[in-house]
Design a binder for this molecule. Structure first.
Ligand SMILES: NC(=O)c1ccc[n+]([C@@H]2O[C@H](COP(=O)([O-])OP(=O)(O)OC[C@H]3O[C@@H](n4cnc5c(N)ncnc54)[C@H](O)[C@@H]3O)[C@@H](O)[C@H]2O)c1
Length: 261
């Protein structure tokens, strides 16, 4: 029999669906048949929020969008409450929203340190805690989006890399404290083809050349797509990954296997 991942009648809560990786994750869960509650900083009327809803509904799945700043506890509560009132349950949480704080260890201010901490670390824990009773009922799954910066980093990427590393500890604690009812895994993408990374390429005089230079750093000779990250999330949330918990999976096209000479 063909191996198939069917998540019909599952409810997935995904943060940061209005752009990049989160949009790819939403699309792939919808393709697997799941209903999606998504959030982002944009209003419900924004083009990016409408695009999220359309991309889910195109797959005949149901979509709910809630404008949310994940660093605000009361807005996280609202997100969970609206998800429950629309779908009645949460089977899978993909805690994805995050942005780069590339300040450098000497130049990073206390304010930037705290902003990075609130978004790239504390928000993941707070949302997981709010979802816990619902996930427990469903024998659910938590996927936390960390980064290849959790394993190795580049000068100047502090304090982002510090919180992405800390998330691997959060994954371990949730897995051992909340299992077996809830499985928790981390996913650590490397260089993914997102609008943010295109903006990065565009900051070079030769944007196309910089893209090629980046591609060449990867043994697979490409950079990742948001749909590939989404497909990993779908697999990790599925019954086929029922032995996966407490670990963060690196998805970096082999870049970390290559020692610089
Ligand atoms: N792009 C990459 O190459 C890459 C690599 C490794 C890890 N990541 C991680 O993947 C995740 C998504 O990154 P991306 O590149 O798709 O980013 P992106 O900027 O394209 O999208 C970020 C999403 O998060 C949302 N968001 C940001 N701050 C928020 C807040 N305070 N409240 C609610 N929503 C908020 C945005 O609205 C948007 O929907 C992040 O956690 C990032 O660290 C990205």
């Amino acid at each position: 029999m063909a191996l198939e991942i069917n998540l019909k009648n599952k409810t997935v809560l995904i943060t940061g669906v209005t752009s990049g990786i989160g949009a790819g994750i939403a699309k792939m869960f919808a393709r697997a048949g799941a209903d999606i509650a998504g959030c982002g900083r944009h209003s419900r009327d924004s083009d990016v929020a409408k695009r999220f809803t359309e991309s889910v509904e195109e797959c005949r799945a149901k979509a709910l969008y809630v404008q949310t700043n994940v660093t605000k506890a009361e807005q996280l509560q609202q997100l969970v409450d609206e998800t429950i009132s629309r779908f009645g349950k949460i089977d899978i949480l993909v805690s994805n929203a995050g942005i780069n704080f590339f300040e450098g260890a000497a130049d990073c201010t206390e304010e930037e340190w705290m902003k990075n901490h609130d978004l790239n670390l504390a928000a993941h824990w707070r949302l997981a805690k709010l979802c816990k009773p619902y996930l427990q009922k469903q024998q659910g799954v938590i996927i936390i989006m960390t980064s290849n910066h959790a394993f190795a980093t580049i000068p100047g990427c502090f304090p982002y890399n510090v919180t992405k590393t800390a998330l691997t500890g959060l994954v371990r604690s949730l897995a051992i404290e909340w299992g077996p009812e809830i499985r928790t895994v981390g996913l650590a993408p490397g260089f993914i083809d997102t609008p943010g990374n295109q903006t990065w390429f565009n900051s070079f005089a030769d944007a196309a050349g910089e893209r090629q230079r980046t591609i060449a750093l990867h043994p697979v000779k490409k950079i990742g797509t948001t749909e590939e990250v989404g497909a990993w999330c779908v697999f990790l949330a599925s019954e086929y990954a029922s032995f996966a918990s407490g670990t963060t999976y690196l998805l970096d096209g082999g870049r970390s296997a290559l020692l610089q000479d």
